[in-house]
Each structure stands twice: as C-alpha cells, then as structure tokens.
Design a protein around this ligand. Structure first.
Ligand SMILES: [Zn+2]
Length: 333
C-alpha cells in the first residue's frame, strides 16, 4: 500500500535550529530514529544525517521529523543529541539498527541505548500471525541452498529471514510514501542536500513510526516482553569492530537473522556459566554462541566450528567458504 503523503521535516543545520529542536525531542517518550551516511557503520564510513520523528501517543498530538546535519554542525553542538541516543528514558525505535549502532560507537564513541528494533518484532509477529514451519522455510527458500533446506530441514528451524523496511511495511499493510529515485550513498556527503535527499531521510523515520503504530495496534509489542533485550543484542552485532572487507563481513552481513538474538534463554545460560559450560566461538562469524547454534558434529571442532547461520550462508555462497579456506572458486576441474 502506498500513500502519497510525503514526510515534512525540520532541517537542523545550524546550532540555533538544533537548540530549538531539543525540548521537543527530549519530551517525546519515544523517537523513531535512523541515520544516513556514506558506507554508514563500516570502517572508514561517514555519518551525514541523524533523523528523528517524535512519537507522542495522543491522537491530538502533532508529530514532527527533525533532520540533524551531523556533517555541517560543529561536533560540540551534537553532544545533546548524543546524550539523547545514550539516554535510557527516551526510547529509540529503529528498523535494523546494526549499522547505526556501529557508526555511533566506532566513529563517535556514542553507545546507542534503550532501543526497540522493529525488524525483530516483524519476525516475532510471524508466529502470531499463524505462520508455521512451512511458511518459515518458504521465506528462506530464496536465500539458502534449496537442496540443503530440503535435505536438512532441522538445521534451519532456528533461522529466520530478515525483511527490509519497505517490504515489511507492505506486508503489514502500512501506508508508506512512494519510493524515490535511487540514492547514490556518496551523495550524503555533498552539501547542500537537495529536497529529494532530505525527503528520502524523512520518509524512513515516517515509515518506522507507522510500522511501530501498526505493531502496537496489533499488540505485537506487548506480547514480546524481551524485545528491548533482544534489540540490544541485535544492534550491537558489530560492537567488537566495524565491518570491513573480508570474511567476517561476509558471514555477518546477509539476509538471515543472526543466531542468539531472539529466543535466548538467559536463565539457562547463566546456569551453564555457573557450571563453567562456556559459549563457543563460531570460526566464521566469530560470535560466541551456545551449543544449540551448532550441529552436534562441529561443537568440538575449533577453527572450523561453524554456526547454523554461517553454514547456511556458506552453502548458498560456496565462494565465501572457498575464499576463507584460500581455495579457488569455482574449483578447477
Ligand atoms: Zn557463525
């Protein structure tokens, strides 16, 4: 569903404009939030815009989008915005906040906190909407090896396909503004920004706000009590280092939800820690994971220990596993 309502916004590219936006931003109980930039969150990437939309719950309230120009504003005037991002009282609502988190942490020493990631709520809503294992596998069929999916169904039961923001909004019948022309992401570093670019940024937080409202109305949020803890686990995927060219990025950037983000039994893991049964590191995505994330035959296998998601990624992209092992792909016959 598409609506021809486009987002309006207040563009803050002077300290005075930002100063006058702060009281409204601080008083909103929740803010939809998104960043734009060139190679955002990646090693040597750059932040361009921080975009927020207020989410006052009253039907009479007017909500406003603020686009904050992180490239033009002096670093000192961004400090109140950074403390809002680190605040544990104002909820930040995002859709796939992983690269925003990485950018803020690695380039600005800001640790994004108190976040609700709607991309996880979308996945959790699938079971609520009556989707069973068959539908879960049907979603996976285009992004994993079909032959392996058919032969080893059990290896995919804990794997979920991620949806992008617009497809998610469409699936949930949320009215969204039309997609603009293709944006070259290096354009985010040029100034002045055109109205088209600012509208693009404003539309993303508008869609996030509408998806949030739809999920709240459908009671998906209240039925997902661990959503904030799961969101933090998810967005901090790149807390150890920012993504850069190489094997690690290939096994962490794909269309599958990483394991050990949702359905985490923290109580059982605390007990296991007490018994000194440690998590073990997947040799591919380099994440520490419990035994349930691996096939039984690889749990004791050190460097070649491969979690179920990395296994699915490697089987779908055999050149990834070949490159990691230093082999030519396709193999010479
Ligand atoms: Zn892995």
């Amino acid at each position: 569903m598409q609506s021809h309502l486009s987002a309006d916004y207040i563009y803050c590219d002077t300290p005075a404009a930002l100063e006058s936006a702060l009281p409204t931003l601080r008083s909103s109980p929740a803010l939809s939030f998104d960043c734009e930039g060139h190679n955002l969150g990646r090693l040597n990437g750059s932040l361009s815009l921080l975009t927020f939309r207020t989410m006052f719950p009253s039907p009479d309230a007017t909500n406003t989008t603020f686009i904050i120009d992180a490239l033009t504003l002096p670093a000192s005037s961004l400090l109140p915005i950074f403390s809002l991002l680190e605040s544990d009282t104002v909820l930040k609502v995002v859709f796939d906040g992983r690269m925003d988190f990485s950018c803020l942490l690695h380039q600005h020493a800001v640790r994004l906190q108190h976040v609700l990631d709607l991309q996880l709520v979308d996945i959790a809503s699938r079971a609520r909407r009556g989707e069973g294992e068959h539908a879960q596998m049907a979603r996976l069929a285009r992004v994993v090896s079909w032959a392996d999916l058919a032969a080893n169904r059990g290896a995919y039961r804990s794997i979920h396909r991620l949806a992008g923001l617009r497809p998610c909004a469409e699936e949930h019948k949320v009215a969204i503004p039309p997609r603009g022309a293709y944006m070259d992401h290096s354009a985010w570093l040029q100034r002045p920004l055109s109205a088209r670019e600012l509208t693009y940024a404003a539309n993303d937080v508008l869609i996030i706000s509408r998806v949030y409202a739809a999920f709240a109305a459908a009671a998906y949020l209240e039925r997902y009590p661990s959503v904030l803890a799961d969101s933090m686990r998810y967005i901090s995927l790149w807390a150890d280092r920012p993504p850069a060219e190489g094997a690690l990025e290939r096994y962490r950037s794909h269309g599958l939800l990483p394991l050990h983000v949702i359905d985490v039994d923290t109580e059982a893991e605390d007990q296991e820690r007490d018994r000194d049964v440690a998590l073990r590191v997947c040799g591919y995505c380099e994440r520490a994971l419990p035994q349930t994330c691996f096939r039984a035959d690889v749990w004791d296998r050190g460097d070649v220990r491969q979690c179920l998601v990395c296994r699915a990624v490697g089987l779908f992209h055999p050149r990834f596993d070949a490159a990691r092992a230093g082999l030519r792909w396709p193999p010479r016959v």
